[in-house]
Design a protein around this ligand. Structure first.
Ligand SMILES: C[S@@+](CC[C@H](N)C(=O)[O-])C[C@H]1O[C@@H](n2cnc3c(N)ncnc32)[C@H](O)[C@@H]1O
Length: 189
């Protein structure tokens, strides 16, 4: 909590996500088929732990967090060979995908405080996410307002919005599906 308060401008909150919000956020994930999962904004690691607790033994989680204090604490506390935890900006995802030879991503789970981030960076992260997701993948994001809804609707093929009161503050959950690639453009015809 102290780290969240000290870095309120990049964390966007002062408390960790509630178990109810985490459950609601991860509800859209089919863990039986999730092989490659990416997480943006690890914070205290509560969503990282929840993901690892549900993921297959042969799945992989790549988690990106800007704050070195959070990264250090999570490295100490979460020991799991499926986890690659990097102190890095979510904007570096395309180069990480190349570096780690990831291929298509099944799910991206984001706790990024989009509403207080630089617009150009947010657009870059969202465009790269949409581009790197598998066609049946999902981009999952929680937010404390609907301020980013129209931006997400412009970038993704379909956006569903849920809500939970059981968090401080109450939160919206976005489930975003990538735009379908036309068969011809995908080289299928
Ligand atoms: C709302 S907090 C995450 C809280 C987390 N769900 C928890 O309960 O502890 C957002 C996190 O995103 C991180 N963050 C902000 N901008 C980022 C960026 N561009 N790339 C990666 N992480 C970022 C912040 O450092 C912060 O830890």
């Amino acid at each position: 909590m102290i780290e969240h308060i000290k870095h309120i401008k990049t964390s966007g909150t002062i408390v960790r996500s509630s178990p109810f919000l985490i459950k609601r956020l991860l509800r859209g994930i089919d863990f039986r088929r999730a092989r490659t999962v990416v997480q943006f904004g690890v914070g205290t690691g509560c969503i990282t732990r929840a993901l690892l607790g549900r993921m297959r033994s042969d799945a992989r989680l790549i988690s990106l967090e800007l704050n070195p204090v959070f990264v250090g604490e999570c490295r100490e506390e979460i020991r799991d060979r499926r986890l690659t935890l990097r102190q890095a900006c979510a904007g570096s995802l395309p180069s990480l995908v190349d570096e780690l030879g990831l291929g298509r991503i099944d799910y991206i789970v984001s706790s990024l405080p989009l509403a207080i981030m630089d617009d150009e960076l947010v657009e870059r992260i969202i465009m790269a996410s949409e581009d790197l997701l598998a066609p049946d993948g999902l981009f999952l994001q929680y937010q404390y307002s609907l301020s980013q809804r129209s931006m997400l609707e412009r970038r993704f093929g379909d956006v569903r919005v849920g809500f939970t009161l059981a968090n401080i503050p109450p939160a919206f959950v976005y489930e975003c599906t990538p735009t379908a690639t036309p068969v011809a453009a995908a080289g299928g015809l």
